[in-house]
Write a protein of this length. Structure first.
Length: 373
């Protein structure tokens, strides 16, 4: 029996409505009673990022002079008085010129340039990125504790160190756009890559990296151990890498000179391989916290670690308890103190420290002995 065109049209309409509405109704029923709408105050607490068009930038101002004072108190221990330090992090300023500010392209980023490293000011193309990062992530030991005025002042001082702003300048939300036009690498950003929305590569809209591998059946809480060392045949292929950037101090990393015949491996390699550590020259000395406190204060260890309570990092006595009885505890801890690490005590990383070898050895020895008060 045939149906009229009107009846067929009605049947198709009902089917379309059912297929459109039923999944939505089912989805609503699955979510009922789960979670709640975030309050305006909760959204405001998270919505603190600043966009390249400066949307989200809070009102405020800060002078170069005020920034210098904050820098000495909050930033110089990791970045150096002039943002030039290579001890903990790579330098923040340097290797830009007046010509770069005029063109908006940093010459030292081009192939064949002679700059021994790439500083942050060489690479940043958006002033909002610099401001936003300082506001959300700095200082490293107490992020989000800087006020907007503090961040304006620190950003102004950093740009002053790079020759972008004069000594008497006051940076504010009202002149950020004008200062953006002075950045040495403001024209250096490119969108010609597959990760930028809408860019067509080879006729397709696709990323420039295709991931096909998938991790499956991972055990909850599983932690892998990776221990590696530079093989002898690869050492010194391009000279000693630890001496390559003399203008900035040695590059952090392994000494890549060949290991002399018959010589022991470096302490880090020995610890990774499970070798017994060499006896410490000060092994007979019994150390107490009072003897180590000047060293701990001088190297800002106490900013993140307390004797028995967890601060940013674990307590000294927690560390001592964890490695109690480990044969290579002193060697292992000395390497960790100087090179930093992440994952053993949680997600917060400990950066490499500029502490001298002798001081690091005494702190490691004290911890290996139990971190006695």
């Amino acid at each position: 029996m045939s149906r009229s065109p009107k009846a067929a049209w009605l049947a198709a309409l009902v089917l379309a409505v059912l297929t459109t509405c039923l999944p939505a109704q089912a989805q609503v029923s699955r979510l009922q009673g789960i979670g709640r709408t975030a309050t305006p105050a909760e959204l405001k607490a998270w919505d603190i990022d600043v966009r390249p068009d400066f949307k989200g930038l809070p009102p405020g101002q800060g002078s170069v002079r005020r920034g210098e004072q904050l820098w000495e108190a909050q930033c110089a221990s990791c970045h150096g008085t002039f943002g030039e330090s290579n001890d903990v992090f790579t330098p923040l300023v340097g290797y830009t010129s007046k010509q770069d500010m005029e063109s908006g392209h940093v010459a030292n980023l081009r192939l064949g340039a002679n700059a021994p490293t790439r500083t942050s000011l060489m690479k940043v193309s958006q002033l909002s990125t610099l401001w936003d990062y300082i506001y959300r992530a700095m200082p490293w030991t107490a992020p989000k504790t800087l006020s907007p005025d503090d961040v304006y002042a620190l950003t102004a001082y950093l740009l002053n160190l790079g020759g972008v702003l004069p000594d008497d300048f006051t940076l504010s939300d009202r002149n950020m756009r004008e200062v953006q036009s002075r950045l040495p690498n403001r024209n250096g950003m490119t969108t010609r890559h597959g990760l930028w929305p809408g860019i067509e590569l080879g006729g397709h809209l696709r990323p420039d990296v295709q991931g096909s591998a998938c991790m499956r059946n991972c055990l909850p809480g599983a932690v892998g151990t990776v221990a590696s060392a530079l093989p002898d045949y690869a050492r010194n292929a391009h000279g000693n890498l630890a001496e390559q950037s003399r203008a900035l101090g040695p590059t952090r990393g392994a000494n890549t000179l060949p290991t002399p015949a018959g010589a022991a491996a470096s302490p880090v390699v020995a610890a990774a391989a499970g070798a017994a550590p060499a006896a410490s020259a000060a092994a007979a000395e019994s150390l107490r916290a009072a003897q180590l406190m000047p060293v701990l204060q001088k190297n800002v260890c106490v900013a993140c670690h307390a004797m028995s309570d967890k601060l940013v990092g674990p307590a000294f006595q927690e560390i001592a308890a964890k490695y109690k009885g480990r044969a290579d505890a002193e060697t292992y801890l000395m390497a960790k103190i100087r090179q930093g690490g992440q994952g053993v005590w949680g997600a917060i990383p400990m950066p490499a420290q500029s502490i001298g070898e002798a001081d690091a050895r005494r702190v490691a020895q004290w911890l290996a002995q139990g971190a006695r008060p």
